[in-house]
Design a protein around this ligand. Structure first.
Ligand SMILES: [Zn+2]
Length: 277
């Protein structure tokens, strides 16, 4: 099933694209447009709809928040359509030279994306007509992920830092401690609205992000404690009464799972990653 809709908040336009091979889409993807700037390019499975919907926009620049396939799925096509510069961080540009392979589940839901070269590297800020955005590195969910912060408007374009207050699964290489630290960094900023790439939070963005921080901190501390006591990942899973979404785990060949969250906590603990205070 496909779905397309849009909304407006102050000078921000949000375009929502949903796709699922069966039933209603579980996770929706938002592309934002502000005053000439397009943030991310959506999933390839919605390519036709995305190109048609965005066609009338006067896009002058495209900014990519991170290399994941639901953000970069239509990059080349939209760049061609608008004949504009594509900006990203150095690490994102590097990762997009040969993007990591995705699982069957991700292929099915989002669709893959080809390699892309030709980014204009931007690490500190981007200016577009009336607005200036600070680029804030927020690694964890992806090593190259950044947020865009507009201090005058108190807007935060948070990429996939939030997604939800509670998280059901991780990708294999996500870092829970980096995510915790990135949330802490962002919570120091003075923002009100959080334009999440999967769920915009137009009120009390900070409160929602605080909730997620507490959830991740609790999860990390509980796993680290049991790990120190000598319990194996499977035993920790049982002891914490965690539930696996087996459909997602099996379909993704293990690329997406709650067990990945447990393993991420153990890995971060073992390498001595520290939580910022
Ligand atoms: Zn992502």
């Amino acid at each position: 099933m496909k779905s397309v809709s849009s909304f407006r908040y102050e000078e921000v336009e949000g375009f929502r694209f949903g796709y699922s091979p069966v039933g209603k889409p579980k996770l929706l993807v938002y592309i934002y447009f502000i005053d000439g700037l397009l943030i991310d390019t959506g999933q390839r499975q919605m390519q036709k709809d995305i190109i048609e919907t965005l066609k009338p926009l006067p896009v002058q620049q495209i900014f990519i928040t991170h290399h994941h396939e639901d953000h970069t799925g239509n990059l080349a096509e939209l760049q061609r359509q608008f004949d504009c510069a594509v900006l990203s961080s150095k690490l994102c540009s590097k990762m997009m030279e040969a993007p990591p392979k995705i699982s069957f589940a991700q292929q099915l839901v989002w669709g893959d994306r080809p390699a892309y070269k030709g980014f204009e590297i931007q690490e500190s800020s981007i200016a577009i007509n009336q607005f200036k955005f600070e680029i804030i590195p927020i690694p964890g969910h992806a090593a190259d992920m950044v947020a865009l912060y507009e201090p005058n408007k108190k807007w935060l374009f948070s990429a996939d830092l939030f997604i939800n207050t509670y998280i059901a699964y991780f990708l294999e290489n996500e870092s829970i401690v980096d995510q915790i630290n990135s949330i802490k960094t962002v919570l120091k900023l003075d923002f009100e609205v959080m334009f999440c790439a999967h769920k915009p939070i137009l009120e009390n963005g900070k409160g929602k992000l605080h909730k997620k921080l507490n959830f991740l901190l609790d999860f990390y501390e509980q796993v680290a404690e049991l790990h120190q006591k000598g319990f194996a990942p499977k035993q920790i899973f049982k002891k914490l009464q965690l539930q696996e979404d087996w459909f997602t785990r099996l379909l993704s060949g293990g690329a997406l799972s709650k067990m990945n969250m447990v393993k991420s906590a153990i890995r971060d603990f073992e390498v001595g990653k520290e939580i910022k205070y």
